[in-house]
Design a protein around this ligand. Structure first.
Ligand SMILES: [Zn+2]
Length: 108
């Protein structure tokens, strides 16, 4: 695996996000590239305080890659990571009801 840095396209990747050491630690550069790991909690930034709750809950149960992607998206949008109606277990009907009401439920 010899990946080339996404930013300078000359150095070998040895930092997260497909960046080389120099680019990764150049201020501002790393922010231009999204985290390559869906599981990374750092990267999109940890923030605390009062963030707005996401528009819609997710029907993906905790611990799934899909749920992690949702959390990452919310963090990027500076939204609260947890929606009160997020699925708590597979098949949790609460988010499904909201999504159906919004007409946003795709065939599951
Ligand atoms: Zn580079």
């Amino acid at each position: 695996m010899n990946l080339i840095c996404k930013h300078c396209e000359t150095s070998k990747v040895n930092r997260p996000r497909g960046l080389c050491w120099g680019c990764y630690y150049t201020p501002g550069v790393k922010d231009m590239y999204p985290s390559t790991s869906k599981y990374a909690r750092r990267g999109v930034g940890n923030f605390s305080g009062n963030a707005p709750v996401a528009h819609l809950p997710t029907a993906h149960p905790p611990g799934t890659p899909e749920k992690m992607a949702v959390l990452e998206e919310r963090a990027k949008n500076r939204q609260a990571l947890w929606h009160p109606l997020d699925a708590q277990y597979p098949g949790d009907p609460r988010p499904l009801e909201v999504l159906q009401a919004q007409g946003e439920l795709l065939a599951a």
